[in-house]
Ligand binder design. Structure first.
Ligand SMILES: Nc1ncnc2c1ncn2[C@@H]1O[C@H](COP(=O)(O)OP(=O)(O)OP(=O)(O)O)[C@@H](O)[C@H]1O
Ligand SMILES: O=P(O)(O)OC[C@H]1O[C@H](OP(=O)(O)OP(=O)(O)O)[C@H](O)[C@@H]1O
Ligand SMILES: O=C(O)c1cccnc1
Ligand SMILES: [Mg+2]
Length: 495
């Protein structure tokens, strides 16, 4: 088995929950397999109690869909699946149907590196029910994780205020793909490099690093260890100074820095990986400056996250480069995004689209019906509000009212003529054919940077951010209310 990105470029059609396959079978039996439906993938709440989310993972989704095909080995596995009384789960004619199944959906999606908000679709799938259903689990798996990590990385990079953040997470990540996908998403979110060499090879992310305590411990003295490292890497020396006594380690780094200088080389800097990082970085800075090494960088690491980085900044820590592992790649304080995938419309026998809502006790959980999209309004390059609208309804360009999907008393009037606008869902597949040119990872990362710049800083605060306005266009709000009331009446037996 290949454990690389090749994995996504090969056939992963069975990477789904069993119930998607049993539903597919039951749709087929009921003659509903080809009935057209629309599903939306969206999240309900920003992760990390933040005020924004950074979309990521679409590249993997495209690979997945391009390779959506039941092959012989997949069908052989399904063929021998037995239920509790020993009879086959799937009848042969259904497996034949799967064998000839071609991917024919329309997919529209928010581009990677786009700032996203709750309830707006990140991905919209339109196509035969069976195909839409089979895509639910893999799409959620891919988008949930990469979006979560890209968002975490963006928060960490915001806290670092433009200073380089090196991603060091491989050893603590959730398995092999957890590490690879996290390195990719972390780079989208603004990290400068990864320590994960395979992520470098697969995705073209710059690879960087320093050295470990083991290097120091393998020598008699720290000084010898630094000297030997400088021999091997005269142009790339970042000395880890905290193995024995941090400030003495800085003295040794300076000694080797002087040796290097006598050979026409410059040490890059030092790394501190324990203790009070504010105290030691300031002391180290004074020592390095005093010894004539004002350009030497101070790298800090040790269980860092956006909150500790912000705290160190507020303490005027003299840190120039941030090494962040565990808390970034595991999204330590919130291990899942919780995005969902819900049916919002289905075509009836007359060929008309019927919008659908799933009614919930919590208004937060009532989905948005119909075939909808999101428009972002900008003023002087700053995003001012998002409007979720029905694609087949005209929008009054003179003035629109957007209504909060959770609290209908929260409304905002907008005059579209005063703003620039961008429709967020972009066509990715048209009836199974890819119509989207995939951007490079660097382009995605640049998009993330400019998207974050378009967002007011009040929405980017790490704690208690200001809520960015996202509302339903009036027609969509009324449709939703109507459907909810109808469904509730029916439930109450008052039909
Ligand atoms: N000045 C500071 N302000 C806020 N947090 C800090 C500061 N200095 C270090 N930290 C953080 O405090 C935590 C310290 O972790 P811990 O208690 O394990 O100490 P340590 O220095 O790693 O100990 P050890 O020497 O055993 O490795 C880390 O998450 C580190 O990033
Ligand atoms: O702290 P993180 O954000 O995960 O960053 C990666 C950590 O991995 C390395 O050492 P490791 O933690 O393996 O050992 P150590 O703590 O004993 O140095 C490195 O020195 C960092 O401390
Ligand atoms: O290169 C480093 O300094 C590094 C790499 C992985 C984990 N911790 C540190
Ligand atoms: Mg550690």
């Amino acid at each position: 088995m290949k454990i690389t990105k090749d994995l996504y470029q090969s056939n992963l059609v069975l990477l789904t929950d069993f119930y998607q396959l049993t539903m597919a079978y039951a749709y087929w039996k009921a003659g509903k397999g080809e009935q057209e439906a629309v599903f939306n993938l969206f999240f309900r709440k920003h992760p990390f109690q933040g005020g924004f989310t950074l979309a990521a993972g679409l590249d993997y989704v495209v690979d997945f869909c391009k390779n959506f095909k039941f092959e012989k080995a997949d069908l052989e596995y399904l063929e021998v699946m037995k239920d509790q009384d020993g009879s086959p789960v799937f009848e042969a004619a259904f497996l034949e149907y799967l064998q000839q199944l071609e991917f024919t959906c329309d997919i529209d999606a928010v581009e990677e590196g786009t700032v996203a908000f709750p309830n707006s679709p990140l991905v919209r799938v339109r196509g035969p029910l069976i195909q839409c259903q089979l895509l639910e689990t893999p799409l959620l798996n891919i988008i949930n994780f990469q979006t979560l990590i890209a968002t975490k990385a963006a928060r960490i990079n915001l806290a670092a205020q433009g200073e380089p953040v090196l991603e060091f997470g491989l050893r603590r990540a959730q398995g092999i793909d957890g590490a690879l996908a996290a390195s990719r998403a972390a780079y989208i979110g603004g990290c400068t490099s990864t320590s994960n060499v395979m992520a470098g090879k697969l995705f073209g992310i710059p690879v960087a690093g320093t050295h470990a305590h083991s290097w120091i411990l393998s020598f008699e003295t720290e000084l010898e260890a630094f000297e030997a490292y400088a021999e091997a890497f005269p142009d790339q020396c970042v000395f880890l100074v905290d193995t024995y006594d941090t400030l003495n380690g800085v003295k040794n780094a300076i000694k080797v820095g002087e040796i290097l200088r006598s050979k026409g080389k410059e040490m890059v800097g030092i790394r501190i990986d324990s203790g009070d990082l504010a105290y030691f970085s300031s002391k180290a800075r004074q020592m390095l400056d005093g010894a004539g090494f004002p350009e030497a960088k101070i790298v800090a690491s040790n269980d860092l996250d956006e909150h500790i980085i912000a705290s160190l900044k507020s303490q005027d820590a003299d840190i120039n480069v941030w090494g962040v592992g565990t808390k970034l790649v595991t999204a330590y304080d919130q291990p899942a995004l919780g995005a969902v995938y819900k049916l919002s419309a289905i075509k009836n026998e007359e060929g008309e689209w019927e919008p659908k809502v799933k009614v919930s006790q919590q208004s937060l959980k009532i989905n948005i019906p119909g075939i909808h999209n999101t428009k972002r309004y900008f003023s002087k390059g700053k995003a001012v509000a998002d409007m979720i609208f029905l694609e087949d309804q005209p929008i009054d360009t003179k003035g629109v009212v957007i209504i909060d999907p959770v609290d209908a008393t929260r409304r905002k009037r907008l005059m579209p003529a005063f703003y620039q606008e961008e429709v967020l869902l972009k066509p990715i597949f048209d009836k199974g054919k890819k119509v989207y040119k995939l951007p490079t990872l660097t382009e995605i990362r640049d998009r993330a940077t400019s998207q974050l710049e378009s967002l007011d800083k009040t929405h980017k605060r790490l704690v208690n951010p200001h809520l960015y306005p996202v509302g339903l266009e009036e027609n969509l709000h009324h449709l939703r209310m109507e459907l909810v009331l109808k469904a509730k009446k029916f439930d109450n037996g008052e039909d």
